[in-house]
Design a protein around this ligand. Structure first.
Ligand code: TRP
Ligand code: SF4
Length: 327
């Protein structure tokens, strides 16, 4: 039997080119595994409980982006966490067997509380403490073998494994398998200003950006500051445009690198070539997204169907868990 893959993202709204390789990885996994891809809206609540107004729209936007890059609801269960209430039941049941100290020692816990504290926000809630346990429930409810995640999520995966082990031990069953993290090498795409690409810095190129947006944003990108005139020799290794050329235009990058070092290509021309290439990369998903966005009813039906499909497996696991716990 082929293995089961489960992963999720908090609904952050429209995605950007920094997310592309993670999504591409998911799209490829669909071909070989039984996949569950989830929009973690309850997880969003753990930090945004006081500003919930944008969550619905963010779910829609992210779902459309997922579909437009090729997540296929025919092959995979693609759904919203809060539509499958069994996650909440499993979270509750597992909370009975999970020591509070395991949650408090998660590195993300104290870090985030202090990060958010600096912005004057107190997230030392019961819900936020339970963040990694809710994530464990998300994974264990599908008995996932593999969880594609970034490095930052490894402590959560480790907790998930411990929770599964303890459950199986306490109730003398082999019910919940311990999942493995699937760490893909995800290239870091810097923002157009060279800092980390992020919504809050407004330095991102969205998957939905138009040809004009892309041209404008690439023109704004930081280049080698030592280049004043077009024929000055350049240093692609310090240039954000070149990072993009390597990632999104790998075929032409070696030639551009040489031309830059020899002062044979100007930054304006180099950026224009990048803009054209980025536009080619994004055009297919942009078109598909537009088609989907014109049919909101169909998109909503896809979400309900995804939840129904996920629920089949989720409900079965929760029934088994109840039985193991004799309730
Ligand atoms: N915590 C994950 C993140 O911030 C999102 C997430 C929620 C998740 N549930 C999950 C990831 C289950 C993998 C599996 O990225
Ligand atoms: Fe960067 Fe291209 Fe200019 Fe070289 S030519 S410095 S790679 S933008």
């Amino acid at each position: 039997m082929k293995g089961t893959v489960m992963s999720g993202m908090r609904p952050s709204g429209r995605l950007h080119i920094g997310h592309l390789s993670v999504l591409q990885n998911w799209v490829n996994l669909q071909k070989e595994y039984r996949c569950f891809f989830m929009i973690a809206d309850w997880h969003a609540l753990t930090t945004a409980f006081d500003e919930t107004g944008a969550i619905k729209e963010n779910i829609q936007d992210m779902f459309l982006d997922w579909l437009s890059v090729g997540l296929d609801p025919e092959r995979s269960a693609v759904f919203v966490q809060s539509h499958v209430k069994e996650h909440a039941e499993l979270h509750l049941l597992l909370s009975m067997t999970t020591p509070v100290s395991w949650l408090e020692r998660c590195p993300t816990y104290k870090e985030q509380i202090s990060e958010m504290g600096k912005e004057g926000k107190d997230i030392s809630t019961y819900g936020f403490l339970g963040y990694p346990l809710l994530q464990a429930a998300d994974i264990l409810i599908y008995k996932a073998d593999m969880v594609p995640v970034g490095k930052d999520q490894l402590p959560h995966l480790e907790l998930c494994r411990e929770v599964a082990r303890r459950f199986n031990y306490l109730y003398n069953v082999k019910l919940l398998p311990e999942p493995q993290a699937l760490l893909a090498s995800v290239p870091v795409v810097p923002g157009i200003d060279g800092r980390k690409m992020s919504k809050s810095y407004n330095n991102y190129i969205a998957l939905t950006d138009s040809t004009k947006d892309i041209q404008k944003k690439t023109r704004m990108m930081i280049t080698d500051p030592a280049r004043i005139r077009k024929d000055d020799p350049g240093h692609p290794e310090v240039c954000t445009v070149f990072v993009y050329q390597r990632l999104f235009n790998p075929e032409e990058a070696p030639e551009i690198e040489e031309q830059c070092r020899q002062g044979r290509i100007g930054c304006v021309a180099c950026k224009a070539r990048l803009a054209q290439r980025l536009d080619e990369v994004l055009a297919p998903s942009r078109d598909r997204r537009e088609e989907l966005a014109a049919r909101p009813g169909v998109v909503q039906d896809m979400l309900w169907a995804g939840a129904a499909r996920a629920r089949e497996t989720a409900a079965r696991t929760v029934a088994e868990v109840r039985e193991a716990m004799q309730i």
